[in-house]
Design a protein around this ligand. Structure first.
Ligand code: ARG
Length: 298
């Protein structure tokens, strides 16, 4: 039975009673060799076709990889594939999971756009050689699911936050809940510029989240405020132009974020986080930044 929640009245659990989950200690990155903007599938890509500076992109990607290494994460790198310019955004093709007994599973995605569909097989190929059980969604029931673009683990809890509306369908979130046996808080996304949940919600630690509120419905915002004591809000400019919310905080203390998010960074520091700025300008042209340029797993 899926446990999916779309409104606060339905919440029948306490966060502190949900089983714990370790913070991921490994990170997958895909080399940006074939990264480019070759088509437009989100508003950020408009007017950017062919405009990526490849050398700059490579430099930005390497700095980010160094950053993850400095956080003592085990960084695994795989080659990109020719003809798959968005494969570098390797948060999108799958959702890794570890259960209470330490068994590792990974739910493979179903990309919304034909251009990105072959990326799933490329990522799956790598995970087949790891100690992961590979799960596929039933395509009769689900049309779209873009992995960790739209499915975020609550910090150190077996609780999933799901986004639906643009790239993932609510039926996908139901199936994920079923197959991993975890509750899912489902948030409808309302603005095309914030087409993935990871563009408008960044879970920082067990009680703190960074969001861009206008991307959610009122009911969704109520759910977020119900589960998080501290809700840090990004301004429109930083959220839309700098993808400030597409940040990542793997250890609950250090936040990696696009350079120049002045307002958000002040709020993060005031809340006690260590902020590390990275330039991801070339990847912003494609609608992605720090969070989706990597996949955290165990
Ligand atoms: N061009 C890619 C797309 O539109 C960017 C994906 C970025 N990922 C993200 N989770 N925001 O699919």
């Amino acid at each position: 039975m899926s446990r999916i929640y779309t409104s606060v009245d339905e919440i029948d659990f306490k966060l502190s009673n949900l089983p714990a989950m370790p913070a991921p200690d490994r990170v997958l990155m895909v080399k940006p060799t074939y990264f480019d903007v070759e088509y437009v599938i989100n508003p950020h890509m408009k007017g950017q076709i062919g405009d990526v500076d490849k050398i700059q992109a490579q430099n930005e990607w390497e700095r980010l990889m160094d950053g993850f290494q400095e956080l003592s994460l085990d960084v695994q790198v795989i080659e990109g594939e020719k003809g798959l310019p968005d494969m570098v955004f390797c948060a999108n093709q799958s959702l890794p999971y570890v259960d209470k007994a330490g068994n590792k599973k990974i739910v493979m995605g179903l990309m919304r756009t034909p251009q990105r569909k072959p990326e799933v097989e490329a990522i799956e190929k790598w995970f087949r050689k790891q100690d992961y059980e590979i799960l596929h969604l039933d395509t009769e029931r689900t049309q779209y699911f873009e992995g960790m673009g739209d499915a975020l683990w609550h910090f150190k809890r077996q609780l999933l936050w799901g986004g639906f509306g643009f790239r993932s369908s609510i039926t996908a979130l139901e199936q994920v809940s079923d197959s991993l046996d975890v509750p899912v808080l489902a948030l409808e996304l309302t603005e095309e510029a914030f087409y993935h949940l990871d563009t408008c919600m960044c879970i920082l630690n067990e009680s703190t989240v960074l969001i861009y509120p206008d991307a959610f419905t009122e009911e969704g915002l109520k759910l977020i405020h119900k589960l998080f004591d501290n809700v840090i809000v990004a301004t429109r400019y930083e959220a839309e132009k700098l993808l400030a919310v597409n940040a990542t905080c793997p250890d609950g203390k250090n936040v990696f974020i696009q350079q120049g998010c002045t307002d958000v960074n002040k709020n993060l520091r005031d809340a006690g986080f260590a902020v590390h700025e990275f330039s991801t300008y070339e990847f912003l042209k494609s609608g992605g930044s720090v969070f989706c340029m990597k996949l955290l797993f165990w």
